[in-house]
Design a protein around this ligand. Structure first.
Ligand SMILES: [Zn+2]
Length: 158
């Protein structure tokens, strides 16, 4: 499962593709929407309903109502859904493996067999914690950095 850095990049790419960003504040909001699903770690239900397309739909409705702008609601939902997609493409090492990607339709856990993104360690007391996670972030930057660059370049031309 990608780090907050990877999820922030995913949120920026997905959201910016739908709603071109004109200022840094909106880019930060998209990054936050891309990473926010992992706040479930604070309540001990990691990779549950927050890691689902159902939650992305709730984000669409909430942001659309708050901003009265369906395009911004869609951008926030896309940023949230990018989290679901990136975790699905990641590597999970803690059971239950995967995420509740299709909640509320099912509470089953899903994970791709591609394992595109390395696992992130939260065991900060281990000696290799920093190198382990640094390697994972380098992979995330190598994959997601060019995607963000391409989306931003494309949106500036449109
Ligand atoms: Zn996650």
């Amino acid at each position: 499962m990608p780090s907050p850095i990877g999820h922030a990049l995913g949120g920026i790419a997905a959201g910016w593709a739908i709603a071109p960003v004109k200022n840094a504040r909106n880019a930060v909001l998209l990054a936050g929407a891309g990473a926010a699903a992992d706040l479930d770690l604070l309540v001990g239900t990691h990779r549950g309903p927050t890691h689902s397309l159902g939650a992305a739909v709730l984000m669409l409705v909430a942001v659309t109502l708050m901003t009265r702008n369906v395009r911004w609601g869609s951008a926030a939902a896309a940023a949230w859904a990018s989290h679901v997609a990136l975790d699905w493409l990641g590597t999970d090492t803690t059971p239950p493996i995967g995420e509740m990607a299709l909640w509320p339709a099912t509470r089953a856990y899903y994970e791709s067999s591609l394992h595109l993104f390395p696992a992130i360690s939260r065991r900060y007391w281990l000696a290799d914690f920093w190198m382990f996670n640094l390697r994972a972030v380098v992979v995330e930057l190598a994959i997601l950095g060019p995607i963000v660059w391409a989306v931003v370049a494309w949106r500036r031309k449109v």
